[in-house]
Design a protein around this ligand. Structure first.
Ligand SMILES: [Zn+2]
Length: 503
């Protein structure tokens, strides 16, 4: 079934368990109380957490899950703290929350897309929330545009620049441990800033970065110990989430488009966690959705998902290959294929010959592979695709001798539409318009000549398309085609998560 239905079903389940909790005096054992702790480590890299002496974080990973994930890059948004934490807190990408620097002032859209703690306060005011941080824009802002709003029940701001970052982080650990132990808010955000400061000072490959990350792990150990010492702990279901806002280069620094700078991760443990490495890694926007789902709160305007959805293209995850002609991608990175998912076909009868093999006609690729093939050309902005997606890239194809033009069609299976009056097609689309190429979606009923239902005349950056297609009386099947025609060293089109529902 489609995603809104799944979310609604989850919401109902979660609410049921919450209501059971509230039914005091019930003869059955009461459901345990959900609690969530989100820990933010500025500028942390999962690869370093795994390499260093970090027993607290490794304990969360071994009892739960950990996966690396990748952020955008400019021009979509730079890999800076403002966009990174706003994305983690709001559950939407920077084109929605509009925090695109560290000085967003009143230009953001945080009012429309508030942080997850504020959403909890609004949806279920009886729940308690808590945020503590030493990067001040997270929790305090004179223009009223802090990432965590004043509606958060208990908010503590320390000034890392004024106190010194190691000292500020230490005070956060002490204060948060006491508050978690004695008050035990339902949802918390605890932030540590010193790892990022160390990254800027000595680089992710430097000794001070290691020292800071290992110290942060001891802070996290103190938080976990405090929670387990709660007198009501045995009646509580704690969920732990740990993430970062961006990575760091080995030499130190971030803001750019390198793999290290775009690196983030989600560590998840405790209630609601499926242990083991997820087949399709969650994204930073999922964090808020996961937190809200623990309290039965639905937020359909989020980009994030509490439960990973899969699409037909993700079935290719085990078919991915290492590079053929691409030189920018490391030789061990598997991330492209011309294999199609069951029922899907690629029509290359009008396709030119030669060119870069990976991109000869429609391909399937991962963000890691596709963006490394050619960084800083906007491919990093394809944030609403997940896992494996479809790509028609006449720009990259043309980087090797070829004849003719890029003419390729990606065709869906025949969807049954008998009895429906219309069908709704949704997919994520990342298209850059260039020259005379034509990007079109076509619909065909019962094998008749396909007719265009969408033709791009301008860019579609990280767009979610939703097309309603009237179904003629008596029609039995609908087949969809994504066609990129007459590409001549023009840009690209990435498509993901095609879903058809019948109305
Ligand atoms: Zn930084």
């Amino acid at each position: 079934m489609n995603r809104p239905f799944t979310l609604a079903a989850l919401t109902t389940l979660a609410l049921t368990s919450v209501v059971t909790t509230a039914a005091a005096g019930s003869p059955e054992p009461a459901a345990r109380v959900p609690k969530v702790l989100v820990i933010g480590i500025d500028g942390a890299l999962l690869s370093k957490i795994q390499a260093f002496d970090t027993p607290a974080l490794k304990g969360l990973i071994s009892s739960g899950s950990a996966s690396r994930t990748t952020l955008y890059a400019s021009p979509f948004a730079p890999t800076l703290s403002g966009p990174g934490w706003a994305t983690n807190a709001t559950g939407v990408w920077p084109d929605k929350h509009k925090v695109k620097s560290n000085n967003w002032g009143s230009s953001s859209n945080l009012t429309q897309y508030p942080d997850f703690l504020t959403r909890i306060e609004r949806a279920r005011p009886a729940l308690s929330t808590y945020a503590i941080a030493d990067w001040t824009p997270l929790t305090t802002d004179s223009a009223g545009q802090a990432i965590f709003t004043d509606e958060v029940q208990q908010k503590v701001t320390l000034d890392g620049d004024a106190l010194g970052w190691a000292a500020a982080d230490a005070k956060i650990a002490t204060d948060a441990a006491a508050y978690l132990k004695n008050t035990g808010p339902d949802a918390s955000f605890v932030y540590f800033g010193n790892v990022d400061i160390a990254g800027h000072s000595c680089g992710a490959a430097g000794a001070c970065y290691r020292t800071a990350l290992e110290q942060t792990d001891r802070h996290i150990a103190a938080l976990l110990t405090a929670i387990r010492a709660r007198t009501t702990y045995s009646n509580e279901d704690w969920t732990y989430l740990v993430t970062a806002d961006h990575g760091h280069t080995d030499a130190g620094g971030h803001g750019g488009s390198s793999v290290a700078e775009r690196s983030s991760f989600i560590i998840r443990s405790g209630a609601g966690t499926t242990p083991g490495t997820p087949a399709i890694a969650p994204k930073n926007v999922d964090l808020a959705a996961i937190v809200l789902s623990r309290f039965g709160i639905s937020a359909p305007d989020l980009d994030g998902q509490a439960t990973a959805s899969t699409d037909p293209f993700d079935s290719l995850v085990n078919s991915l290959q290492t590079r053929a002609d691409e030189t920018g991608v490391p030789a061990d990175v598997k991330g492209w294929t011309h294999t199609t998912p069951a029922g899907w076909t690629i029509d290359n009868t009008a396709m030119g010959t030669g060119g870069v093999r990976e991109w000869q006609g429609w391909s399937f690729a991962t963000d890691d592979f596709w963006t490394r093939a050619a960084p800083d050309q906007g491919r990093e902005g394809n944030v609403r695709a997940r896992g494996v997606f479809a790509v028609a890239d006449s720009d990259e194809w043309s980087d090797k001798t070829r004849t003719g033009l890029f003419n390729s069609k990606l065709k869906s299976p025949a969807y049954a539409v008998s009895g429906a009056t219309s069908a709704t097609l949704t997919f994520s689309s990342h298209y850059l318009k260039s020259g005379n190429e034509t990007a079109t979606v076509l619909a065909s009923f019962d094998g008749a000549t396909p007719k265009p239902i969408l033709t791009y005349t301008a860019d579609a950056v990280a767009k979610l398309e939703r097309l309603t297609i009237p179904v003629p009386a008596g029609a039995r099947t609908l087949t969809l085609t994504w066609s990129l025609a007459n590409g001549d060293n023009d840009w690209y089109w990435a498509v993901d998560n095609p879903q058809l529902s019948r109305n």
